[in-house]
Design a protein around this ligand. Structure first.
Ligand SMILES: [Ca+2]
Length: 471
């Protein structure tokens, strides 16, 4: 696998240079081209007319004159062949495959290649399925179900969830917390009724186009005569991350045909049943972000952390709200929940057992629950605290006496003290590695992987707020 990836990079370099090459690539055991093939005097034509036969068993393309063989690239893996066809029988995993072909002459270690063909994409349907015919939930008075994913079937439902990959952001610090993982699609899988997000020790190198100041020969920034500002150019930079993992969100958006997909909601009950890895350096989270930054960029438009955890401390999870309050740019109110030690009360133990994490978000208060136990609440109006405690029948020490009175973004929100938690939010699930939440602690030397397993994500709306979402 590694060798093939390396070969891919070198092929692309050769292509850029436009010359044949001799290099230290280790040829595959089975060299399909033979050692004594003359290098043609003209550049090889690009393979064209790539097509699979009806039962998707064979890919073929038109023969390229003077080619002694071809390289087939399937999702970044290279396969050498000496005919103008390739068996697709090995593609059994139900997913979308990206395939392209280049012609080559010479030998594998001294070859001459064409440009890549136009790629083709094949979707192997196989027994890929998303099952949404869920058994009904026990009705809850005053609440209506608005979103469910029970993670049945065998792949993630991308009409509900959107993958977020590291390339979309600044790779120097992709997620803003000095995290160490490369987020990719492959690390989120669905099987046996659960979603699994797997953080793995696996080095990944990728390139990102970045805008950077143009430097002159002496290393000074070039200033534009027109604008008086530094000239910016696009530079391709290479990055390496030590771990892979996934991050997904429900953000409302449109599919390729312009149909609305995803999910955001203002107020309601948001709940997931989750089992977490207890290795040092794991930072899993079930959380929410605003659909639109109505009150400004993070954290001014808010963040709701339903649950986050430190793998090092498996006896507890954290809850938090982030927002801006006056001079406190990132104001956050956070509390930990400690799992009961009594096995009778809490047979699942710490974070490595399944627990139900939930937030009930009302116009005037936010309540966090673990396994149905109210663990933390924030009220907008502190004068109602005593009344609230009496009504909820809970010990005062688990109810915050802090006001959720968000004067911060007043310049945008006016005197709206519900801001920024009066807008639609979407849900996120991710498993980060390292990062600031546990002081930059990293997994131990022998760490291989950690899994965040999600049985379901369910959302209800309180009937009193039905039809209050902004369209
Ligand atoms: Ca399930």
């Amino acid at each position: 696998m590694k060798k093939r990836k390396l070969l891919a990079i070198i092929l692309v370099l050769a292509l850029g240079a436009g010359i044949f090459m001799s290099c230290a690539v280790t040829p595959p055991d089975d060299d399909p081209f033979g050692p004594d093939i003359p290098i043609p005097s003209e550049k090889l034509a690009v393979p064209a007319n790539l097509a699979a036969n009806a039962d998707m068993q064979t890919l073929s393309w038109s023969t390229v004159p003077n080619a002694r063989g071809y390289f087939v690239d399937i999702d970044g893996q290279l396969f050498p062949v000496n005919e103008n066809s390739y068996s697709l029988a090995a593609l059994t995993e139900p997913k979308s495959y990206y395939i392209r072909v280049m012609a080559a002459a010479g030998s594998v270690s001294n070859f001459f290649n064409s440009d890549w063909s136009e790629p083709v994409t094949y979707q192997i349907e196989g027994d890929s399925e998303i099952i949404t015919d869920y058994p009904p939930l026990e009705p809850i008075e005053g609440l209506t179900v608005t979103f469910r994913d029970e993670f049945l079937g065998n792949r993630l439902d991308t009409s509900k969830w959107e993958f977020m990959v590291a390339k979309d952001t600044n790779p120097d610090n992709p997620w803003g917390n000095h995290e160490l993982q490369y987020y990719q699609k492959e690390s989120a899988t669905v099987s046996d009724g659960t979603l699994k997000i797997t953080a793995k020790k696996e080095e990944t190198t990728f390139t990102v186009d970045r805008r950077e100041p143009l430097l002159d020969e002496e290393g000074n920034q070039v200033i534009s005569e027109e604008t008086g500002r530094p000239v910016q150019v696009t530079v391709e930079r290479e990055y390496t991350m030590d771990y892979t993992s996934s991050r997904i969100r429900t953000r409302a958006r449109e599919d390729e045909d312009g149909n609305p997909i995803g999910f955001g909601q203002k107020y309601g009950r948001f709940e997931a049943k989750i089992k977490l890895p207890d290795a040092v350096g794991m930072w899993p989270a079930f959380w929410m972000m605003p659909e639109k930054n109505v009150y400004g960029g993070w954290p001014q438009s808010g963040e709701i952390d339903i649950m986050e955890a430190k793998g090092r401390l498996p006896d507890r999870v954290g809850h938090a709200l982030h927002f801006r309050q006056g001079q406190s740019y990132n104001r956050f109110i956070a509390r930990d929940y400690n799992f009961p030690k009594d096995e009778q009360v809490n047979p699942e133990g710490g974070i490595d057992g399944f627990h139900i994490y939930r937030v009930d978000w009302h116009e005037d208060r936010m309540e966090w629950y673990v396994d149905g136990n109210l663990s933390f609440a924030i009220l907008i109006d502190t004068s109602k605290r005593a009344e609230y405690i009496e009504k909820m029948g809970v010990s005062p020490n688990i109810v915050s006496n802090e006001s959720w009175n968000l004067s911060g973004p007043a310049q945008v929100a006016g005197n709206n003290r519900n801001a920024p938690f009066d807008q639609e939010f979407h849900m996120l699930l991710n498993l980060a590695v390292g990062g600031d939440y546990d002081g930059g602690r990293t997994p131990p030397e022998d760490f291989l992987e950690g899994v965040m397993e999600v049985d379901y994500v369910r959302v209800w709306q309180f009937d009193k707020y039905l039809n209050t979402n902004d369209e």
